[in-house]
Design a protein around this ligand. Structure first.
Ligand SMILES: Cc1ncc(COP(=O)(O)O)c(C=O)c1O
Length: 419
């Protein structure tokens, strides 16, 4: 992203900050809002903030995924934090994490003083490699945090088998992949817990919002007590007694109202994203030197982001220059996503680990953090992928004419720089 095209820019300048460089291609904003959004908001207002909107939102999301329990939060960062609070691991316990993600995936891990251990991606892929997970398991490993990056699940059958064999909890970060599927099963229904985002620019935007889904009644009880309950129980004759660390992470009623209305229109929007992205894949694969992201058999991509892979040897320009030209041609926010490599993007962890500061001071820190666990050297496949991958936000507003235009723009750049 360039200039003000950041979350901070959008907060300050509104949707104009996220406007596309041309008026030919639509941008992500303004989002289409579900037809019931205003009625649901009105209900919240008319009830004097006494509505049951949060319950209706959580029931809807749980039912949509066929899961038993749901807690609404103010974002996916907070959903993951809530999941971490509910786990009751020990400080210094290790959680194996996908290497390519947003800081929100690990923030809750760090706040609970657990240790994120990055597994590598599969070669040529953005998703965690089950073999690498197995290599990272130690006697301190307690959980696997699987990120369904871009809109795509990794091999969940293998990951769940590894987890069960090693008695590990699986948390799915579904932030980017609502309604993606793996062998017919929907994202967010594999792990012990699944965390969602309804941030304004996500596939289902609800302004701020998130959720945790689970089928486990004990996990749900802990989540309920620590998120809406903030860690307290009420003792007769005394009042609130705080039995655990809780935190004010609950989704507000207005966000629940907007998100509920937008969930109601989500399935056809995802279908539209899939149809247009598949059409662009065909055009990209027809351009020598470029290739579409390989969606493995049995997987259904829900396309929060679209991207293609550039063979750097095929062109006279660098991959960065290629991406800059894609954005300059009018494809909003196209660029490389190097910052998604958490091992490089979160350097304070490296400093903390090298200095053996808490929780890295905890005996026994069973994983050898020194010298390169918190650099891209630890996850070379993930790093290599991000060096060659040009991506941008996909939107249900794209139609086949937009796809044709994008295909032509990208082909033109490729031909101008062909080696
Ligand atoms: C994979 C992933 N996890 C977590 C987050 C954090 O989500 P939120 O902005 O809802 O806190 C993001 C945000 O982009 C993300 O992409």
């Amino acid at each position: 992203m360039t200039g003000n095209r950041t979350k901070a820019g959008k907060a300050r300048f509104g949707a104009d900050a996220m406007a596309p460089a041309t008026d030919t291609l639509p941008g992500v904003f303004p989002r289409e809002m579900g037809p019931n959004a205003m009625a649901y908001l009105q209900e919240v207002i008319d009830s004097g903030l006494g509505s049951n909107m949060i319950q209706r939102f959580t029931d809807y999301l749980a039912e949509m995924h066929g899961r038993k329990y749901c807690i609404g939060t103010t974002g996916c960062t907070q959903a993951i934090f809530a999941a971490m609070i509910a786990m009751d691991f020990e400080p210094g316990d290790e959680i194996i994490v996908s290497p390519i993600s947003d800081y929100g995936t690990i923030a809750g891990i760090l706040l609970e003083n657990y240790i994120p251990v990055y597994a590598d991606a599969a070669p040529g892929a953005a998703l965690i490699d089950p073999d690498s997970i197995e290599q990272r398991i130690t006697d301190r490993t307690r959980a696997i945090m699987v990120v369904h990056k871009l809109g795509l699940c990794p091999d969940m059958a293998r990951i769940m088998a590894i987890a069960r064999r090693n008695d590990l909890i699986v948390i799915e970060d579904v932030c980017q992949a609502i309604l993606a599927k793996c062998n017919g099963q929907i994202a967010g229904t594999f792990g012990d817990l699944a965390c969602f985002s309804f941030d304004a620019e996500k596939t289902c935007g609800g302004d701020v919002g998130g959720a945790v889904l689970t089928d486990d009644p004990d996990i749900f009880k802990r989540l309920e007590q620590r998120v809406p309950g903030r860690g307290a129980v009420t003792e007769p004759g005394f009042g609130r007694v705080y039995l655990n660390r809780g935190f004010a992470l609950q989704i507000p009623q207005c966000s629940a109202a907007v998100t509920l209305a937008n969930l109601e229109i989500l399935p056809p929007q995802v279908k539209q994203r899939q149809a247009t992205a598949a059409a662009l894949d065909r055009l990209i694969d027809d351009i020598p030197g470029l290739s579409s992201y390989n969606v493995p058999d049995g997987h259904t991509h829900s396309y929060w982001m679209y991207g293609f892979i550039v063979d750097p040897d095929a062109f006279t320009c660098t991959v960065d220059q290629f991406a800059q030209q894609v954005e300059a041609a009018g494809i909003q926010a196209a660029g490389l996503g190097r910052y998604y490599l958490l091992a490089d993007g979160v350097p304070f962890l490296r400093d903390q680990a090298l200095a053996r500061q808490f929780p890295y001071s905890q005996p026994p820190a069973s994983y050898d953090y020194y010298p390169d666990s918190y650099t891209g050297d630890a996850v070379p496949h993930a790093r290599d992928f991000l060096e060659r991958w040009v991506r941008w936000f996909w939107t249900e507003k794209y139609d086949m004419n937009h796809v044709d235009l994008m295909g032509r723009l990208i082909r033109d750049i490729a031909e101008r720089h062909r080696r």
